[in-house]
Design a protein around this ligand. Structure first.
Ligand SMILES: NC(=O)c1ccc[n+]([C@@H]2O[C@H](COP(=O)([O-])OP(=O)(O)OC[C@H]3O[C@@H](n4cnc5c(N)ncnc54)[C@H](OP(=O)(O)O)[C@@H]3O)[C@@H](O)[C@H]2O)c1
Length: 207
């Protein structure tokens, strides 16, 4: 497996800890819903994102074959996480490259989700977490959408995988609260970075 590159700057343990629960639990619960088994093929949309980095890694740990969509800048990164194939969503149409999949894990929604049904094989499972899927009227999307729930046992298992070095955390940036909005806009506009952006609250900043 290629190594996923990561920034050379130090990331605080607090930031790494903060990057885990929502991303990893969402990935874990989505893969449960997808009933993903060893040897099956899954397409992960948004594999370089805060949730996607965990979906790729946990799907690989289940022994699945992972294909992911990501921007060109993040191609090497997602391959390093264990994806076998990365599709640049701004230059290629994923539905022309993959078919007959066992599952799709969608972190993007909208048009990406609409185009994803056709790449599933009969009986294939769709999972979407994208916020724009939440208010959907389409019964198929309602069925595919879920919201992460706290789960102590799952979080403990995730902690074990982290301790064993089988799962890795990726913090894109740590920013003070007063810069949170600007950092969010930068990330959305520049489409650079991967993993989670952490907002550091004032009380923690000078520890
Ligand atoms: N339902 C739940 O329980 C739950 C839990 C957590 C998050 N969410 C939601 O899930 C979504 C993803 O969350 P996140 O924290 O992972 O977001 P994120 O860190 O912003 O990551 C989103 C990723 O999507 C990629 N992307 C953007 N446009 C794309 C496209 N057209 N095709 C494929 N990939 C594309 C980006 O890739 P590049 O960086 O490579 O451009 C980015 O890495 C958000 O809507 C969030 O609100 C829901």
């Amino acid at each position: 497996m290629r190594r996923a590159s990561r920034p050379s700057r130090r990331v605080s343990p607090d930031a790494e800890a903060a990057a885990v629960p929502i991303g990893a639990l969402t990935a874990w619960q989505g893969l449960e819903r997808a009933r993903l088994q060893a040897g099956q093929r899954i397409l992960v949309h948004g594999g370089a994102g805060a949730v996607g980095v965990f979906v790729i890694q946990l799907a690989r740990l289940r022994g699945a074959h992972v294909i992911t969509t990501a921007s060109a800048q993040n191609k090497e990164f997602v391959l390093g996480l264990g994806a076998e194939h990365a599709i640049d969503y701004s230059a290629e149409r994923f539905e022309e490259q993959v078919q007959d999949l066992d599952a799709v894990f969608d972190c993007v929604g909208g048009d990406t989700l609409r185009r994803s049904w056709r790449v599933l094989k009969p009986g294939g499972r769709m999972v979407t977490i994208a916020s724009n899927s939440e208010a959907a009227e389409d019964p198929r999307i309602k069925d595919a959408f879920f919201i992460v729930e706290p789960n102590h046992q799952q979080l403990a298992k995730i902690g074990e995988l982290l301790d064993q070095g089988k799962l890795r955390v990726f913090v894109d940036a740590e920013v003070p609260l007063c810069e949170a909005a600007a950092a969010y806009s930068r990330k959305v506009e520049s489409r650079r970075g991967y993993g989670k952006t952490i907002v550091v609250m004032p009380a923690l900043q000078n520890r």
